[in-house]
Design a protein around this ligand. Sequence first.
Ligand SMILES: *[C@@H]1O[C@H](CO)[C@@H](O)[C@H](O)[C@H]1NC(C)=O
Ligand SMILES: *[C@@H]1O[C@H](CO)[C@@H](O)[C@H](O)[C@H]1NC(C)=O
Ligand SMILES: *[C@@H]1O[C@H](CO)[C@@H](O)[C@H](O)[C@H]1NC(C)=O
Length: 466
Amino acid sequence: MVPMLGAPKQASLLLAVLLWVSSAATISIRDYGAVPDGRTDSSRALQKAWADVCALGGNAALVIPQGTYLIGPVVFKGPCKGPVRVQLHGTLLARSELSLYKPNWIEFQYLDGLVVSGHGKVHGQGARTWGLNRCHQNHKSDCKTFPMSMVFSFVRNATISGITSVDSKNFHLMVFGCRNIAFDSIKITAPGDSPNTDGIHIAVSENVVVQNSVIRTGDDCISIGDKTVNLTVAGVTCGPGHGISIGSLGRNANEQDLVGLHIRNCTFDGTTNGVRIKTWENGPKNLLVRDVVFEDVIMNNVQNPIIIDQKYCPSRTCPNNLKPSRVKITNVQFNNIVGTSATKTAINLICSAAFPCDVQLKHVDLKYVSGQANAFCVNVKANLRGMGFHGGGSAAGAGDKRLGARTPLGGHSPHRHPSVFRRQAMRSLFGKIVREGSVPPSQEDPIQMCGCAVVGLIRIFWMAGS
Ligand SMILES: *[C@@H]1O[C@H](CO)[C@@H](O)[C@H](O)[C@H]1NC(C)=O
Ligand SMILES: *[C@@H]1O[C@H](CO)[C@@H](O)[C@H](O)[C@H]1NC(C)=O
Ligand SMILES: *[C@@H]1O[C@H](CO)[C@@H](O)[C@H](O)[C@H]1NC(C)=O
């Protein structure tokens, strides 16, 4: 039998050599002294292993094997000799002492070529510090003392997939100054009442993708800051939490424009907002939010399914004579947004008097479960496109004769009767208008008040008996 064994043995040796030559080095934190007992601080082992991986480059991999490792703040800093990988199979458990953090927990910086993969977890142990966080109650206090769990700054050509972030102390993930970065099949969880636990915050970044992910947390699911260019969010489920938000914007003089944001195939479960844009009044300079598409979105019992708020003031302490927001919101499309609203006002478009926003709604079909749903809208600029309108919202029947009262509802060709189409659409959508103190009482005519671009089917339903 001995001669028989010779050939396979040699072949496997050859294979091993080939694999060694063609595959990159892997470095396990266990070989650097990390202890998977959840109690021994393994930060130094992790930091030293990173230094070696970074110096190797060439797709070298840092491996965090199964087990729970207690970790203080760590920085995976580049530039590295070449692209690097991090394989997270175990759990990184954050230390609780806030004084350790300056200011965040796990940071990736100045890298070109990064792959983070595995089915491991980063556990922020936020439950131990949320009680100390007063940022959400008093906006003047300093929230920076609470570390974000994972921060990617100035990272290029990166993919982060498979991992889970649990109970962050502050934001779960932050993306800043990045380019060509994708998050795929990420899971984020924290209780619905945990403070400031935004899922992913993205700012000053280009070509960012977030896809096939589930984000259940206490604050925004995804929040999008200034200078975000070409962002795609697809296949993301949010809730609990505050939904997907562009902004808040327009408060600081150094902010730059946002262009090309695509949010599609997303589901919101019981969130306070669905898709939202929020900007401050009294801004120091003009800012642009341009080319935004929200499409194929399902709302399940969402409090504000569609909301643009250009009078954003979360602490509600802003005086009411502020100058209108200087953020111009243009070419924003809401296409195929369907499901249920938990509140009466399913659509809120409160735009700036200085820069009326240019919004298109196409096949927006939202039902309110216990009564007549409605839309509220101010300073929205008309921008009609010739597409079919199917009347049929129960909001029809506003008494104003100017609103196309002599025209039968439904089935018009807007190519032939653009003005009739427009009036009908307005009437159906805004047949019942909510008035708030912030709206000048002179704006009584829904068409003047809300020259919304209404394209295709818009129905705000009343579901009888439920
Ligand atoms: C990162 O992407 C840019 C193009 O976007 C490319 O020029 C560069 O070589 C890439 N770096 C790596 C490490 O792949
Ligand atoms: C936008 O981002 C996607 C994903 O990163 C990329 O494939 C696409 O080329 C980008 N588009 C532009 C114009 O840069
Ligand atoms: C939509 O997202 C879900 C995940 O929520 C995914 O399974 C599905 O393939 C996506 N569909 C399309 C058409 O992208």
